[in-house]
Each structure stands twice: as structure tokens, then as C-alpha cells.
Ligand binder design. Sequence first.
Ligand code: GN1
Ligand code: MG
Length: 365
Amino acid sequence: MPQRNDIQNIARRFLIEGMPLAPEPFGNGLINDSYLIRNAEPGRPDYILQRINHHIFTDVDLLQSNILAVTGHIRRKLEALGDRDIERKVLRFIEAADGRPYHFDGENYWRLMVHIPRSVSYETIDPRFSRYAGLAFGEFQLMLSDIDRELGETIPGFHDMEYRLRQLREAVEADRAGRLSGVKDIVEQLESRAWDMCLAERLHREGLLPKRVCHCDTKVNNILFDRDGGILCVIDLDTVMPSYIFSDYGDFLRTAANTGDEDDRDPANVDFDMEIFKAFTSGYLESAGGFLTPVETENLPYAAALFPYMQTVRFLWDYLNGDTYYKTGYPEHNLVRTRAQLKLLQSVERKTPQMKAYIEKCLAG
Ligand code: GN1
Ligand code: MG
């Protein structure tokens, strides 16, 4: 962790207004480090300073240019609609004093954005907020559907299930941390589903499933809400890139419909909540139903299973490699996460017929 003074010096490299106070650690992302910088001068904004994890996002120029393209596009759309609350609905990044969209201190890359005032984020939400989230993600995808710039993949193969399985198999083969013997049963459970779970890649190769601009990290805690439940904006834009719509639909449900924690030590707490599913799906189909293809809507239950599956694969991969990717709080953390996601997957699988019936009902109006 960098020292407080160092962080304060880094903040000074950006064109900050007012009187910034000392940075405080902020949020609980598993990848980047974030700090809140409050402003002592009334009427001036607070800021979020982030250290970009450049071991994971290796092309920082591509990363920031994607993000600026997306926020610029959304901002122009909101302006055209005459929206009166634009500063709370799209992130604003602040340039470094040298005019660049980030500051490089010789070791780390940093970026600064305005903290959205009067916003809240949650780890879990109720059905009412879920429905708003469904509406908002449909609109987010719709707004980005006519972006005139091709976005790059900030992490190549990020939500490519075939690629994630190849990574897992390589980690099983290498067994770098000597942990394989304790997780063979989980590897088997994952392998037995591998073919089914790679459906999206096959559909795409056959020309039946398009890639669209997606957020690709629609965890509940990446959404900012108004105090009365309205969605303000989606944050954490590092992974915005072309993907299947399954990404945003599936990753939201993976986090919102889980009755336990992502890293619950007691898998008995973990279940897939159908009320959250229904509320989110009804909102999503209401705003996105007009542009989704039948292949996309038919496979929404597959998307609900794909993300707990993919996350199980990714946590297990990191566990086998000796915890080099995700931040961990204790030695077995990635294994605990793996088991909790596997439990969620099993619960989703049991509820698939109910999900299908509900989606058919929504589509029939
Ligand atoms: C990471 O940055 P954060 O914590 O929102 C990860 C997601 C995972 C998630 C699991 C770049 O997201 O893909 O789904 O953890 N982001 C990256 O909680 O790998
Ligand atoms: Mg996050």
C-alpha cells in the first residue's frame, strides 16, 4: 500500500478544484485500489483517486480511451435528451496536469474522477431495486448500441468461457501451489459442465450471437443508486468491451440473486433468489426486449448459470495458481469463494425450468 502522503502528492498531479483533504481508502473492489478525497471548500466536488492494476489491465492507454469513449457517448446522449442530472449519471474523469488521462508515477498508473454526490452503493438489494437495475442495464446497452468507435478488449478473452477453461486446465496441469489434490472433486464438477457452458462461443462462431458493447462487471456494488432506489450510473468501467449481452445480465444476477455472500464460508447460506431474478428480468426485458434477438432472450437462463460457473472457474484457477489475481483476505479465501459460487450454480441449475417459464410469460406480455 502506498503511504498517505504519497497518495496526496499523486492527487496534486491532477487538475483538482478547491481544497482537497487527505485521501481515505474507499470501496472493496478485488482489483484496483480506490481512495476518496473530500473537498474542504464548499461547492467543490469530492474525488475518487484510483490506482489502476496494470498487471491486469496491461494496456492503460487502451483502457482509458475505451472509458472516455463510453462516458463521452453517454454524456452526449443525456445532453441530447435534455437530462437535468447529467453529472450524477455519468462519470467525469479529470485530466492530469500534463493533459494525459492518467498519471504515471514511475511505478503505478493513477486516474482521478469526480465522486458522484448523494449516491449510495449496496452489496445486496431487494426486488424493487432489482427491477430498476434491470431497466437501467437495458438502457445502458441501448445507449451504447450506436457508439461509433470500436472498443478494444481491455482484457483479451475476458468473458470467453472456452478461454477461461483453457486457463483452468493449464493451472490444473501445472499445480503451481500444490493444491490440486484437495480440489479434484470440484475440477470434475466443472469439467462435466464444460461443453454446455461454452454454448455462447459456439453460437457466436455460427453467426447466431452478436457481440455488443457490454459493461462486463455488473456486480451490484458497481451500481450507484439514488437514495430512493433510482439508478444513477454504472461505475467501474475498466471492463467495458464487446461481449455477449449474457455478461451484464448474468453477472448482475450472480451477485444480486445470491442469498449469501460471494465468499460465504457457509454454502448453506447460498441460494438463487427467484424474486430478485423475476424483478430484474422483467425490468431488463422491458427496456432491452426491443433490440434483443430471440437467441439472446431464449438463453437468458443459460446466462444466469454461466456467470456463477465462470466465476467458479476463475476463483479455482487463481487458487490453484497460488492467489496471484484476486485480492485475498486469508489463505483459503479463493477456495471458499470457489465453493460458494459452485453452490450458487447448483441452485441456478435447479431453478432453470422456472426461469424459462417466467421469461416466456414476460415475452408473451
Ligand atoms: C472483479 O473489480 P471488481 O472487484 O469489481 C473482476 C470481475 C469478477 C469480480 C468477482 C477485472 O471485479 O470480473 O467478476 O471481481 N474484475 C476483473 O467479484 O477481473
Ligand atoms: Mg467494483
